[in-house]
Design a protein around this ligand. Structure first.
Ligand code: ZN
Length: 259
């Protein structure tokens, strides 16, 4: 099975990789949507975009929780799956990487930022909702850790600051969702890693890819609703599987005569 997948990946002209929480759990970042995840302990409705905008109290609670989550992300290291995907790009194989993760671990593993399409934003940036000024999250994090409870933009703006991640109830970013759809439809090999493919829009990209004639490969510990029509399915952990896959892809590539 893995040999067949390696053949497809190694010979792909437009490989698109799609990742979600399953890629980052091996770096110690919890899957917020899992049954014992964050949203099983907190009410996601309380942290909606609408509440964040409307209520200072909601912003205070959001930053309190976010401070904890961001500290975990900042201290996490890219794992074997992140590294393998970055090395696929170095081999000239990666057309685009679509991710629902906001942890920035793909970029830290070495994937070019221009190839990463982030559907849920990126936690390393913070934006002022009034003047659009961008702040590095590390700077805001220091302010939070220094005792500020609701960070705001500097004077005279004093606008509301919001992490550049998509909150519940907030619209998906249009440019990213359109670009992801375009790349998925143009791909000839669509590789899903660490996603249960149940949440929109994750659920639609494999369909677009498959309908356009791409091979669909799914690597996820648990079964997904798309398994029945995928060309190959591996119910395995992302890191070890991607590492083994990369090794085989390298072997195949070393025998391919390139122009
Ligand atoms: Zn501002």
């Amino acid at each position: 099975m893995i040999d067949m997948i390696a053949e497809w990946v190694a010979r792909a002209k437009r490989l698109v990789v799609f990742t979600e929480a399953g890629v980052s759990t091996e770096s110690g970042i919890p899957d917020f949507r899992s049954s014992n995840g964050l949203w099983a302990r907190y009410d996601p409705g309380e942290f909606s975009y609408q509440n964040f905008i409307a209520s200072q109290d909601a912003r205070r609670r959001y930053w309190q929780l976010g401070c904890e989550i961001y500290a975990t992300m900042r201290d996490a290291k890219p794992n074997a799956a992140h590294v393998a995907i970055a090395e696929l790009e170095q081999l000239g194989l990666l057309d685009a990487l679509i991710t629902q993760n906001v942890d920035h671990l793909h970029q830290r593993a070495g994937v070019s930022p221009e190839r990463v399409i982030e559907l849920h934003g990126n936690a390393t940036r913070v934006r002022c909702l009034s003047c659009d000024l961008r702040y590095p999250r590390d700077e805001i994090q220091s302010r939070l850790e220094g005792g500020e409870d609701i960070p705001s933009c500097g004077p005279p703006c004093n606008g509301i600051l919001k992490p550049s991640t998509i909150l519940f109830g907030e619209a998906m970013p249009l440019r990213e969702t359109q670009e992801a759809e375009r790349r998925a439809a143009a791909s000839d090999c669509f590789l899903v890693v660490g996603s249960s493919l149940v949440v929109y829009p994750a659920a639609v990209y494999p369909i677009h890819a498959k309908q356009s004639g791409a091979r669909l490969i799914i690597v996820n510990l648990q079964p997904t609703p798309h398994d029945p029509y995928a060309d190959a399915v591996a119910h395995e952990k992302a890191g070890p599987f991607m590492q083994a896959l990369l090794q085989r892809v390298r072997q195949i590539r070393s025998h391919v005569v390139r122009p």
